[in-house]
Design a protein around this ligand. Sequence first.
Ligand SMILES: [Zn+2]
Length: 489
Amino acid sequence: MAYQQSLVSILKASSLSLPVLQLYDSYRRGTFDFLPITDNQVSMYACGPTVYDYAHIGNLRTYLFTDLLRRVLMANEYSIKHVMNITDVGHLTSDADQGEDKMLKGARKQGKTAWQIAQYFEQAFMEDLNRLGIITPKIVCRATEHIEEQIDYIKALQENGFTYTTSDGVYFDSQKLERYGYLARLNIEGLQGGKRVELAQKKHHTDFALWKFSVVDTQQGDRQMQWESPWGIGFPGWHIECSAMSEKYLGTRFDIHVGGEDHIAVHHSNEIAQCEGRHGHQQANFWMHGYFLQSSGEKLSKSGRSILLKDLIDKGYSPRAFRYLVLTSHYRSHLQFSFAALDSASIALKRLDKLMHEWPLQGKVSGELLQQFLKHVNNDLKTPQALALLWSVTKGGLSDADKRATLLAFDQVLGLGLASDESAMPFKVSSIVPEEVEVLAQKRQLARINKDWGLSDRLRECIKEAGYSIEDIKEEGAEQRYKITLLSV
Ligand SMILES: [Zn+2]
């Protein structure tokens, strides 16, 4: 990576102060000033992927959020101890401890061992992170390499009286904790008294497995991942790995725990319960959650399969455009994914790339604009406002060289790779014509049928302003009498 001037030093050179960093904490349900436990150092744990399949673009939005958070912390001159786990055992197909191990299911489907599956999909996941410009966490730890720590954790919970054993495993007794489910503000009584749920051998609906005994299944043979334990041969439950590994690398209390919003109700509630059961307090000062990527009208999956980053690349899109699209929305709002939205992101990014390559080097960063930018991102990562500021800089009064330098400073946080070698590579900017352009084209066709050439010309201008050209097709019997093409930017 090329040498980057520290953003704080740029502010200092202009005698400007660094805006206060505030982050939203899901546990306290509010935005608070962020101060780490240790000066200048942030300890952060992120729940990683379950490596039984490819990560889809919705999963990847969560890792882009974590990367943004990390870059904002770096911009604030914190050194970051960032730990991410790889779930390669114990994640059952149902969050309620039902179903089979996702790894085993994947292995059987592909005729491979669970170990091969885990290795393959972990590598595919790390490649996706790389393509999206995500900085690799300092420590990436696998559940299967921390079985001893997980067994020790369960032993401690047992000594503190939080466990019970059934014929299929060792469970955490959630009723022993007064504040179980506080993070999700779970209505426990409502859950217990509500619709009948399949308890299997659990005492309460919200209890969860700490250790599951292996099922003797000749079909699965040596594909099954299993270990000896004080309770019997088996494998750890999904939630215990994060408690055991975060404690090993970050201690019993650390600064930030991140994950997807889908983790709030079960996985993170259970991680908190485990820590409270062992130590009498929960582990993180801030719990932060990235919200989902949703589809608007179009299906996020095709033939039952979710859209992958690879699918976007195969269609000619740049992973950088997906990153741009994710930045257009705040991490705590649901982002609607559509190919039309990805097209707009591609067009915007391509415009930026063009400017950055045209503008001269050797400019100076504007301290005032950098301070405004940091105000937005330090305000709980408000990237839509940060992007709006970026565009106003491109149109503003700075010299072109200074605009370039200022945008490059912003990009330390945005991570779009502006002016990088990659940004000089061509990529697709549009797959479909936006609806409003289609409407203009139809109005123009009607004007031509009515021989209203003036209106037809005006509508052609409108279409051009929207970035498209229209060409009439003279062929007899042609279904559509015009062709719309995107003007090159
Ligand atoms: Zn986790």
